[in-house]
Design a protein around this ligand. Sequence first.
Ligand code: F6P
Length: 357
Amino acid sequence: MKRIGLLTSGGDCQALNAAMRGVVKALFTNLEDLEIFGFHEGYKGLIYGNYRMLNYRDFSGILTVGGTILGTSRQPYKLMRIPDENGLDKVEAMKLTYHKLRLDCLVILGGNGTHKTANLLKDEGLNIITLPKTIDNDIWGTDMTFGFQSAVNIASDAIDCIHTTAASHGRVFIVEVMGHKVGWLTLYAGIAGGADIILIPEIPYSINSIEKAINKRTARGSHFTILAVAEGAISQEDALLSKKELREKNKMSHHPSVSYEIAEQIAQKTGQEVRITVPGHMQRGGSPCAYDRVLATRFGAAAADLIIKEEYGNMVAMINGEITKVPLEEVAGRLKMVSPDSSIVKETKLIGISFGD
Ligand code: F6P
């Protein structure tokens, strides 16, 4: 008999259900006796003992369904050691729930913050297996996370739609793509959507370079320009500020996001009409694409295999196309960022796309 807990934590993304289905199908196929406990809304469910027992049928028909059947929430890692408003020690509460239910393993699907807490729970003696989810594809130790390719499809569809209207009107368009800390999604969607300028947090931009890139297009006879801008794009001047100074600056700003600041500057410098489109949480919604369904299913099956072999304390990962495992302590607290020297950035520049640097 194995007793397994399941939870999804942090921002949702496509294929969370597909991944849980993969875990559960593989366990039911290969184990005689199994009990599954699903925790509601991520770590919150584990802290407050809010769960339900699930059976095989609960995972039927969810391969294509977006979101998560368990619900999710953000429970910041930095608050995990701080008691809640009633003085409850959250880490002790999570351990208590785990032991009360006599779990053999807790399967956690999450992104970066989630992995820090997963590693903490592992250090506290719990058996943990994790699966890397996020539209940002920024988890250290895996080439790919599920959710990313679906979000790339949605963001590049948005850029496709903007193309026709931008061309008709001869306007500059900014499409703001999700990603506060890393630019993978903006980079892929920008390339796939044929953006002319791609701005990502890892490569601070200069407004003069953006102006030059737009003017170059105009001189060549292209009367519209499309920018794919990450939520976390940052100017070269702002990149020199401390975190505190930047927070203060953003607090004082009348712009809802960096795209609005860039739009205002482009309009002033070039005299061109600028419009902004923010697809926002659409990028995390809807049915997973076929790639994510396959990846999440493979990750799920691999997680089940680790549970059966009792190889706890690992995240399932994909490295060079192979599904493998990475120790949680290697993953926790590290971000996989776009390197400005990477070949993908070089190739993108080679075809004339500007990073505004
Ligand atoms: O980490 C996933 C992500 O969608 C980021 O790309 C985005 O910056 C952030 O979450 C948005 O967070 P929230 O859903 O809390 O608004």
